[in-house]
Design a protein around this ligand. Structure first.
Ligand code: PMP
Length: 433
């Protein structure tokens, strides 16, 4: 009989033979062997509630999605230079969810690729290459994406903003540069200053790229009025606006299908990733006819895997599942319930300084009485939750924000279990400050 490789051997092999700049989740890593709905199951049969994975959007290994992929994979998979219904169907499903202006799609294989393509579109459309982005923003792992990701170039191993990247302060109204009534205006003025700085260099802004809720920044909701104002400033300067919906898109925020709709704006480009394939590598760039026409300047855009029949069957199944199972509505209802419960918890335990987010894209921040970040406690909390079979992640500028972004089949009973164990752990000594 085959001897099962123990976890230590897996770890040792990885250390030697797999890329060395990837960390493992948890001090004692877990070996997962199965997924089902909001659950991940480890090698010992332990079942964990997964509040981290916003990729397994409609639930881990959802049957409708698995079947769609298996069936098409057994029939045909090839590139999108042949005619096929699947690519048209996925385009139709997506266009139906978007504002009418955004009706051209390019299919790619990852969020990084989507933002990379968006950057090329900016250059083709505006003839400019200066990009304005948020502090602690993350947009992907390619060269150009790292260049616009303050989360990376301002972090470990980074070397600061490149010449053509212009970063405004994280628009955080809890612990950011501006926290008053006029915060939206103040942060918008910071963007205006960046536009003027680019002009002083004899250039012009190409684009703004921003998430609707800044995930790596620590689930930062944009202050009311900020986004419409900033879109206006960028457009007045000749630039275009990109909404990175890689994390927040496809119904997760509850009230709307897309995050930017929370702020009543229409971007020129929307990048879509993680949830679209429910774990299968599938991503997309939606743009206006104008941007698409500028990009089609004669140089062909070919993508070997993007838009293949298998990926498109899977994407279509995901979007149809969101609709059929009313998962956007679920994200709203359960998200609202969970947010209220967390706000109650914050009253009981003042270490929770702020609760924020929309739908099933929530976060809460741990601070002391002077609003100083409690990073250690946040990491401790995530680790203790693991002991109770609940997976949670931490993030933010100071890594003191617990993020909650589960598959959107997350139900009220899961929220109750989450709150139950959070309450238990907040009563422990280590959490008292
Ligand atoms: N944009 C955002 C907002 C992301 O969070 C990520 C991934 N964490 C990306 C882009 C890049 O996506 P991918 O890892 O699929 O390349």
């Amino acid at each position: 009989s085959k001897r099962s490789i123990n976890n230590q051997e897996l770890i040792e092999y990885r250390k030697q033979y797999l890329g060395k700049s990837l960390s493992l989740q948890y001090e004692t890593p877990i070996k997962m062997v199965r997924g089902e709905g909001v659950y991940l199951v480890d090698q010992y049969g332990n079942k964990y509630i997964d509040t981290i994975n916003n990729v397994a959007h409609v639930g881990h290994e959802h049957q409708a999605v698995v079947k769609a992929g298996q069936q098409q994979m057994a029939l045909l998979n090839t590139n999108s230079r042949y005619l096929h219904e699947n690519i048209n169907q996925l385009a139709k499903e997506l266009i139906e969810t978007l504002p009418p202006e955004l009706n051209v799609l390019h299919f790619v294989n990852s969020g990084s690729e989507a933002n990379e393509l968006a950057m090329r579109m900016v250059k083709a459309h505006t003839k400019q290459c200066d990009i304005i982005a948020s502090e602690v923003g993350y947009h992907g792992n390619s060269n150009k994406c790292i260049d616009i990701s303050s989360y990376k170039f301002d972090g470990k191993g980074g070397s600061g903003a490149p010449e053509h990247t212009h970063i405004f302060p994280l628009p955080d109204t809890f612990r950011g540069k501006y926290t008053g009534e006029d915060a939206a205006q103040k942060y918008a003025e910071e963007v205006q200053k960046l536009i003027e700085g680019i002009r002083r260099k004899g250039r012009n802004v190409g684009a703004l790229i921003l998430e609707s809720i800044i995930s790596c920044g620590g689930q930062i909701e944009l202050p009311k009025g900020f986004l419409p104002k900033v879109y206006e400033l960028i457009r007045n300067a000749g630039g275009i606006c990109i909404s990175d919906e890689v994390q927040v898109g496809c119904g997760r925020v509850g009230k709307h299908f897309w995050g930017f709709q929370l702020y009543n704006v229409v971007p020129d480009i929307v990048t879509i990733g993680k949830p679209l394939g429910n774990g299968h590598p599938l991503a997309a760039v939606a743009c206006t006819q104008e941007v698409a026409n500028s990009f089609a300047n004669g140089m062909e855009y070919f993508n070997t895997f993007g838009g293949n029949p298998v990926s498109c069957a899977i994407g279509t199944a995901v979007l149809q599942t969101v609709k059929r199972e009313q998962l956007q509505e679920n994200a709203l209802e359960v998200g609202n319930y969970l947010k209220r419960e967390l706000e109650q918890l914050a009253k009981e335990f003042p270490i929770i300084g702020d609760v924020r987010g929309q739908g099933l894209f929530l976060g809460f921040e741990l601070v002391d009485v002077n609003k100083k970040p409690l990073t250690q406690q946040a990491v401790y909390l995530a680790d203790r939750m693991k002991a109770h079979k609940i997976l949670m992640s931490t993030d933010g500028k100071d890594n003191n924000v617990l993020k909650i972004k589960p598959p959107i089949v997350f139900a009220k009973n899961h929220a109750k279990e989450l709150i139950h164990y959070l309450t238990k752990i907040f009563k422990e000594d280590f959490m008292q400050v």
